[in-house]
Design a protein around this ligand. Structure first.
Ligand code: NAD
Length: 365
């Protein structure tokens, strides 16, 4: 297969972690007989330095013409970088919002998986961590409260602020379809999270999700109220497979779910549109505090590349090969600095930097 990838390394640790993800992807393609092409483009602070804007039309064009986008992370130190003296629409993060909108990336997938080797880093009770968990939050990304009309005005001598939560049936249907499709590739269970005891938008959400579920009789559907879901994620995350939810609930729940894995450098993400196209990036930021020191953990980006193979190219065997190589490296005891807290007795020869971690994973493909 020919894989045509737009590649946004970005700022901070971005270029280091993307280089390791490319190394692993190249090894997978070599082993399984695929041809991969990278179209390297700029976004974020490096694009501001080169072109005066965080995202050019040319970058968007290259992304649109590619099968998928692999991204590192963008942004600098928000207190000291000159990028943050610019007006908000010209700062690095403006590029991120614009690219999501331009590519119509309405579905955000964030898996939270507890590696048995890293369970000491899990802040949950020992018996809960021992059970392990492997869940995926499917968050609607372009609708709801964050995109509704808002205003702040004075009424009867005091300030009143209003935000509007709007969902159209079509927006709910397309994200629900994505969730059921993804659940089919996992353990075939969708838990749809809403606040249907209070909100009209949630009652419509529930109705449309039930309609979509009829087309997926092999996938189990359960509804859960968002307040209960927040409790259940810390009580017993092993009960979840695919969690489907709207924008704001997903924003909060996905951060909660990633926190219980205890390791920010391990978490990949995908943002998809209606086709098989997607943008794949680690859940963490550009970590300017550790940039160019060869100490960043590249695993979140490497696992984002694995999601790309699975969701855009439907190359499950190849995606499994990456995930198994990551598991193998961890089970052999290798750790980047950020993971050492979970493995206090790591011997010196198992401690590795970004570059070596990439090498070790590529060697095990
Ligand atoms: P961050 O995720 O970059 O860093 C938080 C902490 O985690 C830091 O101590 C950092 O060193 C550490 N860390 C993050 N990734 C790591 C990795 N792979 N290996 C080892 N340690 C890692 O969050 P922040 O410091 O709040 O933000 C830094 C910049 O990143 C800001 O400009 C922010 O706007 C941007 N950001 C970008 C994205 C994105 O590109 N999607 C997402 C979040 C933040």
């Amino acid at each position: 297969m020919k894989l045509n990838i737009a590649c946004i390394s970005g700022d901070g640790i971005g270029p280091e972690i993307v280089a390791e993800a490319k190394k692993v992807l190249n090894k997978v393609c070599e082993k399984y007989g695929h041809e991969i092409t990278y179209n390297d483009v700029l976004m974020g602070g490096c694009s501001i330095d080169a072109y005066g804007v965080p995202l050019t039309d040319e970058t968007i064009d290259v992304c649109k013409k590619s099968d998928a986008v692999l991204m590192g992370s963008i942004g600098g130190n928000t207190s000291t970088s000159p990028w943050y003296k610019l007006e908000p629409s010209l700062r690095p993060e403006a590029g991120l919002l614009k690219i999501r909108k331009s590519l119509n990336l309405f579905a955000n997938l964030r898996p939270a998986f507890l590696y048995p080797e890293l369970k000491d880093a899990c802040p949950l009770k020992e018996e809960t961590a021992n059970k392990g968990f492997d869940l995926l939050i499917m968050r609607e990304l372009t609708g709801g409260l964050y995109f509704g009309e808002r205003e702040t005005k004075e009424v009867d001598g005091e300030m009143v602020a209003t935000d509007t939560l709007v969902y159209r049936e079509s927006e709910i249907r397309r994200i629900a379809i994505k969730a059921f499709e993804v659940a089919r590739q996992r353990r075939k269970k969708v838990i749809s999270v809403d606040k249907a005891n209070v909100l009209d938008s949630s009652r419509l959400w529930r109705k449309v999700v039930e309609e979509v579920a009829k087309d997926y009789p092999d996938v189990e559907l359960e509804h859960m109220l968002v307040d209960n879901c927040a409790m259940q994620i810390v009580k017993d995350p092993s009960q979840f497979d695919t969690v489907l939810t709207e924008n704001m609930f997903g924003d909060i729940l996905s951060d909660e779910a990633s926190m219980v894995t205890g390791s920010i450098g391990m978490l990949p993400s995908a943002s998809l549109n209606e086709t098989s196209f997607g943008l794949y990036e680690p859940s963490h930021g550009s970590a300017p505090d550790i940039a160019r020191k060869d100490i960043a953990n590249p695993i979140a980006t490497i696992l984002s590349a694995s999601m790309m193979l699975r969701y855009t190219f439907k190359l499950d065997k190849e995606a499994d090969a990456i995930e198994n190589a990551v598991k193998k490296v961890l089970s052999e005891g290798f750790r980047t600095t950020d993971l050492l807290g979970a493995s206090v007795n790591t011997p010196e020869d198992k401690k590795c930097g970004c570059h070596r971690m990439g090498d070790l994973i590529a060697e095990r493909i």
